[in-house]
Design a protein around this ligand. Structure first.
Ligand code: GLN
Length: 268
């Protein structure tokens, strides 16, 4: 049987950290123990499960899909290949909504995917009424499971953006697809659902839908928060202005990238 050390030696340098995590997980160890007990030979049972996991990792599959889990905003989320893996970048969107949602606001999270945004927001702000929306039934099942996992009472609605939503919302929040169809990074994201990533030639198609629907679906004075690509802030602000939204503010993420745009619908 191969030792822990030899399993690690087979990992490409850039996958070393994730390989350590997978080995530790298979053995029920923490990462430190992987270094301290490199001579240990995992049993055949452990290896039978671990070997295919390591093969998937080394073939480029993201760790989160192999473990079925990813931490976001201090909470553990179940993920499947039906949903985008939550990114740390998106925590900014949640922080802003926590700070700016009025008390007891009715909030829609459009394109909720794993439900990471909706669940983290409800977890931090139980006063909010949150509707998690996705057009993918498979994604919405993942979101509903995550809501239940964290004891969050969230309504899940299948809808293509605003289409099946009733009434108006005080806040609409979204991390829509925003990657350009010809983006050179797309091959590295090949395990994630393309419909959660790509939005037309310029990556702007879904901002148009979000802005257009805000005219009827946002309550007077309501807020729209979107995540956007670092180079899309001007284009998004223009689209929002064209749709009659005002009071547009952009926010930088921890890496200094312009990551979130917020806009408001007029009071009257
Ligand atoms: N920020 C993600 C990435 O670049 C994309 C997420 C999205 O399109 N909403 O990998």
């Amino acid at each position: 049987m191969p030792s822990v050390k030899s399993l690690l030696a087979g990992a490409p340098a850039e996958l070393r950290f994730d390989t350590e995590l997978l080995i530790a997980r298979a053995l029920g160890w923490n990462r430190a123990k992987v270094f301290a007990f490199g001579e240990v030979e995992p049993t055949a049972d452990v290896l039978e499960k671990l070997a295919p996991e390591l093969a998937r990792l080394h073939a480029g599959e993201p760790l989160a899909y192999i473990t079925g889990s990813r931490e976001f905003f201090g909470l553990e989320f179940t993920v499947s290949p039906d949903v985008l893996i939550p990114r740390a970048d998106t925590e900014l969107l949640v922080e802003l909504a926590i700070d700016q949602c009025p008390t007891n606001a009715r909030v829609a999270d459009l394109g909720t995917g794993s439900g990471a945004i909706a669940v983290s927001l409800k977890h931090a702000r139980p006063d909010l009424s949150i509707v998690a929306v996705d057009r993918s039934a498979a994604a919405l099942t993942v979101a509903a499971n995550n809501a239940a996992r964290h004891g969050c009472d969230i309504e899940c609605v299948i809808s293509d953006w605003y289409q099946n939503l009733n009434g108006q919302f005080d806040v609409v929040i979204s991390n829509p697809p925003y990657i350009r169809a010809d983006d050179p990074h797309l091959p590295s994201l090949r395990f994630e659902p393309v419909e959660a990533l790509v939005a037309g030639a310029l990556g702007l198609d879904d901002y148009k839908k979000l802005a257009a629907g805000a005219a009827t679906k946002l309550a007077p004075g309501g807020l729209l928060f979107v995540e956007q690509g670092a180079d899309q802030a001007d284009a998004v602000a223009n689209l929002f202005t064209q749709s009659g939204l005002t009071d547009i503010v952009t926010y930088n993420d921890l890496a200094g990238h312009c990551r979130v745009t917020r806009a408001r619908k007029n009071e009257s």
